[in-house]
Design a protein around this ligand. Structure first.
Ligand code: ZN
Ligand code: ZN
Ligand code: ZN
Length: 219
């Protein structure tokens, strides 16, 4: 593996350790990459001022954090693309997302992000760091993935992901069968949104419909 690619993989992993454990311990890097590789590259990364080593802990410098954030963003945008649009799953999915992040440039990431409607979480529910495109949200391209609340009546859609942070509404949605993969038709928009799937017709609160992201499969 080329040095830069290896360094990016390690930055990505440090970011994820901080996200999951609040800190990145060297022992986790040893487990993941092997002692020799971890030791060798961590010292290169110190030399490049991407990290500082603090006893057993690895601390990202500002430059290291910025670089890691870009890699995480590319990886998770790639996951959304593979999962939502190309419907690639399984082992291929992780490996492809990890290859993608090293070769794609920011402009292409911004185009894909816009096309997907500036997603805020990856398919695993992890936060996607926003890019400039998300902040200015210039919608030059019609997004492929939209909130259910923006779908016209009569359109048939497939649920791609749900972004609500409330566990209560997530539980309620899954209890009534609204989960990623469900295909449904928007039956009525006013006075409330009514959806239909199978024999079921159901009225949805507007704020719930805003959190259910779908892809139109037939208009
Ligand atoms: Zn990756
Ligand atoms: Zn993910
Ligand atoms: Zn964006």
């Amino acid at each position: 593996m080329a040095d830069e690619t290896q360094i990016e993989e390690m930055l990505e992993y440090i970011w994820m350790l901080e996200e999951d454990h609040g800190k990145a311990l060297r022992s986790f890097m040893d487990d993941k990459f092997g002692n020799d590789v971890a030791k060798y590259y961590l010292s290169i990364m110190v030399g490049k001022k991407l990290i500082n080593l603090n006893d057993s802990k690895i601390v990202l410098t500002e430059a290291g954090r910025n670089r890691a954030e870009l890699i995480i963003r590319r990886h998770r945008i790639a996951e959304r693309l593979l999962n939502d649009v190309l419907e690639i799953g399984g082992d291929e999915f992780e490996a492809s997302a990890c290859q993608f992040e090293h070769f794609i440039n920011e402009e292409i990431v911004a185009s894909i992000c816009t096309l997907l409607g500036h997603p805020v979480v990856c398919p695993h529910g992890k936060k996607i760091p926003p890019g400039d495109c998300c902040i200015s949200a210039k919608r030059n391209l019609e997004p492929v993935i939209n909130p259910l609340s923006e779908i016209k009546s009569g359109e048939r859609v497939k649920v791609v992901y749900i972004t609500t942070r409330s566990h209560a509404s997530l539980d309620r949605l899954s209890a009534i069968g609204i989960i990623p993969g469900l295909e449904l038709t928007v039956h009525q928009k006013y006075p409330s949104i009514v959806i239909q799937y199978g024999e079921t017709q159901l009225a949805l609160d507007k704020d719930i419909a805003t959190n259910v992201y779908v892809r139109v499969i037939q208009s």
